[in-house]
Design a protein around this ligand. Structure first.
Ligand SMILES: C[S@@+](CC[C@H](N)C(=O)[O-])C[C@H]1O[C@@H](n2cnc3c(N)ncnc32)[C@H](O)[C@@H]1O
Length: 241
C-alpha cells in the first residue's frame, strides 16, 4: 500500500495487518479490524481522526451515535475514554459490518461487552439528554441539522463531520455568492449553535482522508453559577491522546 493513501475504499484484511505495527492504540485497533475484513481504509482513518479530536475535548458522557452505519466511531470513543458508560448507535438499518467489527473488538477488548447497543430506526426518534455526547460522521445533508437540533434541545455536547451538503434544503444563509455552498452551510450551522448559546470549535480532520473534512464540536455554555465540582474520575481508564 502507499502508506499515505488513507482515502482508499480498499478493505482492511488479514494481509494488511503489517501496516499497523507497534503498540499505539491506533495500531492495535487497526490490526484488530483487519481481522474483521469489512472496514475500508478510509472509514478506519476517518473514524479514528474524528474520535481522537473529539476525545481531546470531550470526555465521558453517554454516547449517542446517529446515522451510525458501521458504528466504528462509538467503539473508538469508548476505547479512547473508558469513562463513557455506553454507546447507543442509531441507523435506519444496521449494516452486517457492525456485528463483525463488534465481534473482533470485543474479543480483543472484553470491556466493550454489552456497551454498544444498536437501535434500528430513524434518528429523529432517538432521545438525548443533557449528559449525552451526540456524534455523527457523514449524516447526509439535512440529517446533520437534525443531529444538531437534537443536541440543542437536549442541551448536550455534539460532534459532527457533515457531508452531502444539500444547497436547496440546508441553510446557506444566502452566502453562496461569497463562499462555496458547503462552507456557507457549515458556517450557518456554527452561527446557529452560537445563537443557541453553544460554544463551538470548527476543526478539521486531515484532508488526505476526505475533502469533506469539517469537524464541528459544540458545547452548551453553562447557564448559571457552577456550584458543584465535577465528579473525580481518578479510578477510570483514560488513554493518553
Ligand atoms: C453516509 S452513511 C454514514 C454512515 C457512518 N456514520 C459512516 O461514517 O460510515 C449515512 C447513514 O445514514 C443512515 N440514515 C439515513 N437516513 C437516516 C435516518 N433518517 N435516521 C437514521 N439513519 C439514517 C444510512 O442508513 C447510512 O448508514
Amino acid at each position: 500500500m502507499d502508506p499515505l493513501d488513507r482515502s482508499s475504499d480498499n478493505v482492511l484484511n488479514r494481509y494488511t495487518t503489517r501496516w499497523f505495527e507497534g503498540e499505539s492504540l491506533v495500531n492495535r485497533i487497526g490490526r484488530t479490524l483487519c481481522l474483521a475484513e469489512c472496514v475500508s481504509r478510509k472509514e478506519f482513518f476517518e473514524s479514528w481522526e474524528t474520535a481522537k479530536r473529539l476525545r481531546r475535548q470531550m470526555r465521558g458522557g453517554t454516547i449517542l451515535e446517529l446515522a451510525a452505519g458501521h458504528g466504528l466511531l462509538s467503539a473508538m470513543l469508548l476505547l479512547l475514554d473508558d469513562t463513557s458508560p455506553s454507546a447507543t448507535l442509531v441507523d435506519t438499518s444496521m449494516p452486517p459490518s457492525f456485528a463483525k467489527i463488534y465481534a473482533v473488538l470485543r474479543e480483543r477488548w472484553p470491556q466493550l461487552s454489552g456497551r454498544l447497543n444498536y437501535v434500528e430506526g430513524p434518528l429523529e426518534e432517538a432521545v438525548a439528554d443533557s449528559h449525552s455526547l451526540v456524534v455523527s460522521i457523514h449524516a447526509c445533508g439535512t440529517l446533520t441539522d437534525r443531529v444538531l437540533d437534537m443536541a440543542i434541545s437536549a442541551g448536550c455536547r455534539v460532534g459532527v463531520v457533515p457531508c452531502c451538503h444539500d444547497y436547496k434544503r440546508c441553510d446557506t444563509g444566502g452566502l453562496t455568492n461569497w463562499m462555496e455552498g458547503s462552507l456557507a452551510i457549515d458556517a450557518m450551522r456554527v452561527a446557529r449553535l452560537r445563537h443557541q448559546g453553544f460554544r463551538v470549535a470548527a476543526l478539521n480532520i486531515p484532508r488526505d482522508i476526505t475533502p469533506k473534512n469539517h469537524l464541528l464540536l459544540a458545547w452548551p455554555e453553562p447557564k448559571g453559577p457552577v456550584d458543584e465540582e465535577p465528579p473525580c474520575q481518578a479510578e477510570t481508564t483514560v488513554e493518553p491522546l
